[in-house]
Design a binder for this molecule. Structure first.
Ligand SMILES: CC(C)(CO)C(=O)C(=O)O
Length: 352
């Protein structure tokens, strides 16, 4: 890290103007160590007119809040008043089966090797396309436990504390000097994020472990909530949903992780089954998306662990069935949104 990098306010582009992106932008600006540009889509007009209305368990109530800049598109920063972005923080859903991909989306903003890309997203192997597209940039992993939702355009309710682990997605074969630089950039981001004193962001020196651990929850509760349209409280009250679906998937994930060299104990599995307050009626993000008819981020949350299992020769029957059902749901959404059209032709299989 250069002295300038250490001393200057970081120029940060936050991609994803939903609740999670807004709370990240808020924490960064409140700490005074970053100038944030947010890229907004559907809520741009509302935010331009009245700013964000934030009701946050960490930061309190703020009406009319705005980051340093808001935009509707991702511009080359050299064409704006920003020299280059020190950090591009991606908080959008990661849906590689629905273009554009994250790499394509952020490409215009990655104008320098000094730009660090922070993936604050769920799932496994999300860094692979980024490391390939931007081999000279630092790619960071952000794993967040936060409860936040946008209840109307620009209105954010943040009701579970922002706890985040941040580390480096290291490319294979990197030299020690570059590795050190990656780590310093990660630590600089952690410091900027924590500077407001009201969030808990920690440096993560074992990104693969953290991601597998989070998958215990995301690969089980998220798909079950999407398929059944059921919150976690109901799943636990109707015990069979946990016994037949959630717990078996968690144990399959632990077995795949073990074959990948990551130990996730049975105690941890049990702890995660009951991690939410029983009366929270919490709907995981995939359940919320499916309920709204949005695309679901199933490829990195369910597909990638399943493909790791195939690679490592670990059986995962429940996860595999779940994957096929989720793919069917996504196919229906693609049809509804006009991305695909079913056509009966002679070339189609199963013609009968
Ligand atoms: C576990 C949780 C709620 C953390 O933010 C999550 O990742 C999700 O719902 O997708």
């Amino acid at each position: 890290m250069t002295i300038a990098e250490a001393e200057d306010k970081a120029n940060v582009l936050v991609l994803g103007g939903g609740a999670v992106g807004t709370m990240a932008a808020y924490a960064l600006e409140a700490g005074g160590r970053a100038k944030v540009t947010m890229v907004l889509r559907s809520n741009y007009d509302a935010v331009k007119k009245s700013g964000f209305s934030i009701d946050s368990i960490d930061h309190g109530q703020h009406n009319g809040w705005l980051p340093s800049r808001i935009r509707t598109t991702i511009l080359d920063p050299t064409e704006t008043d920003v020299q280059h972005y020190d950090f591009i923080v991606v908080t959008t859903k990661n849906i590689p089966d629905v273009p554009p991909t994250v790499s394509t989306l952020i490409k215009p903003a990655v104008t320098s090797d000094l730009c660090t890309i922070v993936l604050m997203q769920n799932g496994l192997n999300i860094e692979k396309p980024l490391l390939e597209a931007f081999p000279n940039n630092t790619i960071l992993s952000g794993v967040q436990m936060i409860g936040a939702s946008e209840t109307a355009p620009g209105i954010v309710l943040h009701n579970e504390p922002d706890i985040c682990k941040l580390g480096v997605f290291e490319a294979e074969g990197k030299g020690d000097e570059l590795k050190l630089c990656d780590e310093q950039r990660a630590r600089r981001f952690v410091e900027a994020y924590n500077a407001c004193g009201r969030v808990d962001c920690r440096f993560d020196d074992n990104v693969r472990y953290t991601r597998w651990k989070k998958l215990l929850y995301n690969s089980s509760y998220n798909p079950v909530s999407a398929v059944l349209g059921m919150d976690v409280t109901r799943m636990r009250v109707y015990k069979h949903v946990i016994d037949d679906l959630v717990a078996p998937i968690m144990r399959e994930i632990a077995a795949i992780a073990a074959a990948d060299g990551v130990h996730l104990s049975e105690d941890l599995v049990r702890k995660l089954i009951t991690i939410d307050k029983l009366d929270s009626w919490f709907m995981p993000s995939m359940g919320q998306d499916a309920g709204k008819g949005n695309f679901i981020e199933f490829e990195n949350i369910v597909g990638e662990p399943m493909r790791e299992a195939q690679r490592l020769g670990v059986p995962c029957p429940t996860l595999t069935t779940m994957y096929s059902i989720l793919k069917g749901i996504q196919t229906k959404t693609k049809e509804t949104r006009g991305l695909i059209t079913p056509r009966v032709t002679d070339a189609r299989p199963y013609r009968g």
